[in-house]
Design a binder for this molecule. Structure first.
Ligand SMILES: C[S@@+](CC[C@H](N)C(=O)[O-])C[C@H]1O[C@@H](n2cnc3c(N)ncnc32)[C@H](O)[C@@H]1O
Length: 280
């Protein structure tokens, strides 16, 4: 779904991010004609709650986190770790400074599908890329370090669209591991949902549209348990943190999504954290 949104974003006249691989992932997944990859294929355009509004949200998120990673790399991060990398093609499409190493962590089946598509396109990474097939509920630090990750140099970490699917114990493990393996000057960005959705929000058009248009119950995918306070945890460990709503960035870029009543996006926060030693 994120890949379809990125494909649509790529072809918007006011695109905030470009991902030429995204539409190939959607097609290879065998998604039916109901899955658009161009703005012209979206029924009702921007008024469509799923591919219009939520799609714009994914486009905005992609751009904001592209900027975060590239800025971190230029500020001194030598390594990038994409946690729950999914079909993120940043290792192929961003202009990395020389010498950067990108680790992509996800489950085996997801990475196998990704490699099948990228190999078919003869895609060439723009940095050294090291995929790691591991479950983030397990001891993934060991796999990361044994693949060459160096905890003594600054790292940029990203958990985009991930924590809302993980059980609280895995989120706590993730924050603890990032803290333990981060040299001074490291950065972390992640997305959280504050609390569980109210009945009004659960009835919002975006969730209904996902069920109707692509047969996916998004709410059923979220982990429903109370979330840990990862921002407070990081602050207690000496990280500086800044928390934004997506609407802050939408305003900055002069486009949607904008807040609306019973908004499924209202509880989303994007968190940027720095380990003292640099400021990105
Ligand atoms: C919504 S996707 C986001 C993917 C990517 N970060 C992006 O924004 O394009 C969530 C990803 O997290 C991965 N994921 C979820 N639970 C995981 C787990 N326990 N271990 C490893 N990966 C996991 C999924 O396989 C999926 O690729």
């Amino acid at each position: 779904m994120v890949a379809a949104a990125r494909a649509i974003e790529t072809h918007r006249p006011d695109a905030l991010a470009g991902d030429a691989y995204a539409e190939h992932f959607v097609r290879a997944a065998g998604a039916s004609a109901a899955w658009p990859v161009r703005p012209a294929e979206v029924p009702d355009g921007d008024a469509n709650p799923l591919w219009g509004r939520l799609g714009r949200y994914f486009g905005l998120r992609t751009r904001v986190l592209d900027d975060f990673l590239v800025r971190s790399a230029h500020a001194g991060a030598r390594q990038v770790v994409l946690l729950g990398a999914g079909l993120d093609a940043r290792a192929f499409r961003l202009d990395w400074p020389p010498g950067r190493v990108i680790y992509e962590i996800d489950r085996d089946g997801v990475l196998a599908f990704k490699h099948h598509v990228l190999d078919g396109l003869a895609a060439i990474p723009t940095a050294t890329r090291r995929p790691i097939a591991v479950d983030l509920r397990d001891d993934w630090a060991r796999s990361l370090v044994s693949t060459g990750f160096d905890p003594t140099v600054p790292t940029a970490w990203l958990a985009e669209g991930l924590l809302l699917y993980l059980p609280p114990a895995a989120e706590r493990l993730l924050i603890d591991t990032v803290d333990r393996l981060s040299a001074d000057g490291s950065t972390l960005a992640f997305e959280v949902k504050l609390g569980t959705e109210s009945p009004e929000v659960r009835a919002s058009p975006v969730y209904a549209a996902a069920r109707q248009q692509i047969g996916i119950d998004l709410l059923a995918l979220f982990d429903g348990e109370p979330r840990p306070d990862s921002v407070g945890d990081l602050r207690g460990r000496g990280w500086s943190t800044a928390v934004y709503t997506p609407f802050d960035f939408a305003r900055h870029h002069g486009r949607g999504p904008r807040p609306e009543p019973n908004d499924a996006l209202a509880s989303n926060r994007w968190v940027f954290a720095n380990r003292p030693g640099t400021y990105v």
